[in-house]
Write a protein of this length. Structure first.
Length: 209
């Protein structure tokens, strides 16, 4: 009875949590601490670094087979820290695939080439409130300062400087020290979550979902 009461309290806490995030049309992202509402379509369940199996119970209930359609897929993110008992429960969920980073003596349906450290940083960022879509793709629109300058110059936004009009050289007394562009910030990417979204996108294109 005490355990049942604990589960009810925990379930109530999760139901009152943050809403599930939509990663793509028909694909939602859920983890402990996110509102676990019934899901009939596809879903990503993030069970990496879950230390208490009870905290995942509302998520597994939300995607139970009786509430599902037969063309969805359940993509579960796991890690070596995910309790083995919890991983065994996933076997009963139809059309369920597990994904995880490479690690010794750790097997998943889909192995993603990324380090445990990078995987943990991504998970911690999600737990801290970062929107999942922010960790899916690198920001390829950010060009380095010198690359952006070359593009603007080529387009005529910046007129090329003639040799006669060049600023004083560093050897000149009045020469200013040239500014060194700051190194671009490397964006944090959740490789395991990214792979899950890619799998869903591929199955959608193939009309398997």
């Amino acid at each position: 009875m005490k355990r049942l009461g604990f589960l009810l309290v925990l379930s109530g806490w999760i139901v009152g949590g943050l809403p599930a995030a939509e990663l793509a049309p028909g694909l939602v992202y859920m983890r402990p601490g996110i509102k676990a509402t019934p899901v009939t379509g596809s879903a990503v369940l993030d069970l990496r670094y879950v230390t208490d199996e009870a905290s995942a119970a509302p998520l597994l209930t939300a995607v139970e087979p009786g509430k599902a359609n037969d063309r969805r897929i359940i993509l579960v993110l796991v890690s070596p820290e995910t309790p083995i008992g919890l991983r065994r429960q996933l076997i009963s969920i139809p059309r369920c695939l597990t994904l995880g980073h490479t690690a010794p003596e750790f097997t998943t349906d889909i192995v993603v080439t990324t380090s445990a450290e990078a995987d943990r940083r991504a998970f911690d960022a999600l737990a801290a409130g970062t929107a999942p879509e922010k960790l899916l793709v690198e920001n390829a629109d950010k060009m380095r300062y010198d690359e952006a300058s070359l593009v603007r110059e080529h387009s005529g936004a910046i007129e090329p400087v003639d040799d006669a009009d060049k600023a004083p050289t560093p050897e000149s007394p009045n020469a200013a020290t040239p500014a060194i562009p700051a190194a671009p910030e490397i964006p944090l990417v959740d490789a395991v979550l990214q792979r899950a979204v890619q799998i869903h996108r591929g199955l959608t294109v193939l009309k398997k979902l």
